[in-house]
Design a protein around this ligand. Sequence first.
Ligand code: TTP
Ligand code: MG
Length: 362
Amino acid sequence: MDSLKQINRKIIHIDMDAFFASVEQRDNPSLQNKPIAVGGPEKRGVLATASYEARKFGVKSAMSTAQALRLCPSLIIVYPRFDAYKEVSKQVHQIFNKYTKLIEPLSLDEAYLDVTDCDMFQNKAIAIAKAIKNDIFKNTALTATAGVSYNKFLAKLASGMNKPNGLTTILPNEAIETIGNLSINAFYGIGKKTAEKLIALGYEKGVDLQKLDLMQMESLFGKSGYFYYHICKGIDNRPVVADHIQKSIGIEDTFESDLIAEIELYAKIEDLTERLWLRIAKAGYAFKTVTIKVKYNDFQLLTKSYSDNLYIDKIVNLKNAVFKIFGQLQFTKPVRLLGISVSHLKENGLTDYAGKQMNFPF
Ligand code: TTP
Ligand code: MG
């Protein structure tokens, strides 16, 4: 019964194509049809994404700019313009809103839509997805890829199968076979390490996992065994959760050259705290949790959090929390990135406006 009910849902996953790069190509005609990448400078920079022309050379997200230039010497590097991407993201979200209110954004360029109750196009999800793609193109001059199925896992899998500007459907009677053919590396949520372990044990494709019972899946995946056991059978009960609420506010800096001296790190963290407070103050949130993120020069990532029982609503308390965490961190390796974020937010949580103004000359 449960799985029957699931098959009645209609989920669309939308993912903008080469998002940052496409916005740059749209806004600057001299970049069109050329291999471009959006990211940091040649020295120490990392790429956020690359145009499809650049991907032919093997250039991709998270690659160092230096390596990308070795693969594709004619690559044009463009610095990111986050405001432009946010603007497009807002426009696209407004388009989604015409079709359904059940929108779950995953990032600036990706979202799940539950169109089960959408009464446009005779409730045909493929036609709705087509209309959304057209609407996005008409309004933003950018292309998006859509995946259509009866749950989130399959909708996202479908959109990944045919990019860019694709529209792929996985029908209920195709799910088992499609998942069976999926290589372990391509399973959403299975990380590189787990995939390597599974492959070493002889599990290379979905079909190898589909043969296992729940207990075997739990011994392979631990707590996630239950989830993947059902995923392999094409069952994913996760609802599309409309996400109107901001979960965290953060700020981070990648340094031109690595920081080693504690005094430099201290100055940097103080500067970041003050800049973060400006953002918090603008948004008006109080918060309970403060997190510091550190990326070392070998790309090892470390996060450490502190949570207060009461909401923090003053910069002095934010600073105390930040330095409490900072004092517990070991800086054994050169640092290339520092970030701070606050979470467990409360709207309109800042009452101490006078204090805020005194702390900060605007
Ligand atoms: P993605 O949707 O993963 O990538 P994309 O839109 O560039 O390309 P695709 O056609 O394959 O969907 O990410 C969306 C944006 O998020 C991307 O344009 C830039 C940013 N991003 C990063 O900054 N760093 C990353 O490592 C990734 C993967 C994305
Ligand atoms: Mg994308």
